[in-house]
Design a protein. Structure first.
Length: 225
């Protein structure tokens, strides 16, 4: 993790899930609560300073993505922390731990670092984990930028960028529509249509995020959606 604990008891607490003990006070739930607040404070402080011309809505959108369960769980897996979490029987399924448990583990670790080394130590840990994602955000496009979200995920999980493939185009020159798909790590995701190549790619990115379980909603397929 890039941090050495002085109080090793905090390590045990951070890596003990409530399913292992009848007493919630002997688990990482309190550290998770604290770490969630520290994570939010670090991200808000950094975004406020780095993006002086961004409006509250833009800052909130980026912050929400960075502190989401999806992002925290992905960072837990990237660091390999989930393999050290002590859990009760039945917590680990065929696909591993639930996303909420993985996300909570990262927050508990942040809380433990904060108690052990102070706010600056926790800030350094958070920025080491999330700094590259923050720096790559683009806030110059209105609305949901699904391509940006997918780009961050692909870089974090696979170290590569997604590819957008133009599959088809229909209609006269003055009223064309386009079909695009996302290819990521040799996996092809459901295609989508748009009234421009850019719109088709955004919708294809949205479909990929749905398939990856990173969004909730229904698939977008036609140029009318």
């Amino acid at each position: 993790m890039g941090y050495t604990f002085k109080d090793r008891g905090l390590i045990r607490e951070a890596f003990t899930h409530s399913s292992l003990s009848d007493d919630p006070l002997q688990s990482n739930e309190r550290l998770e609560f604290l770490g969630d607040a520290i994570l939010g404070a670090v991200i808000c402080d950094h975004l406020y300073r780095r993006l002086p011309h961004s409006l509250e809505g833009d800052l909130t959108r980026v912050k929400s993505d960075l502190v989401s369960r999806r992002t925290c769980a992905a960072l837990t897996r990237k660091l390999g922390l989930q393999g050290f979490l002590r859990v009760g029987k039945g917590m680990t399924g065929p696909r591993g731990l639930p996303r909420s448990v993985e996300a909570g583990l990262l927050e508990a670790v942040i809380g433990a670092i904060y108690l052990d080394g102070g706010f600056e130590a926790a800030r350094r840990f958070v920025m080491d984990c999330l700094g590259p994602m923050i720096e790559s955000y683009k806030l110059d496009e209105p609305g949901d930028n699904y391509k940006s979200i997918l780009q961050h995920y692909a870089q974090e999980m696979f170290g590569i960028s997604p590819t957008y493939v133009l599959l088809d185009e229909k209609g006269p020159d003055h009223h064309k529509c386009f079909e695009s798909e996302v290819v990521l790590d040799n996996r092809h995701f459901p295609s989508a249509w748009g009234v421009s190549k850019k719109e088709a790619e955004q919708k294809a990115a949205y479909n990929a995020l749905l398939e990856l379980g990173l969004l909730e909603g229904s698939r977008q397929t036609s140029q009318d959606q």
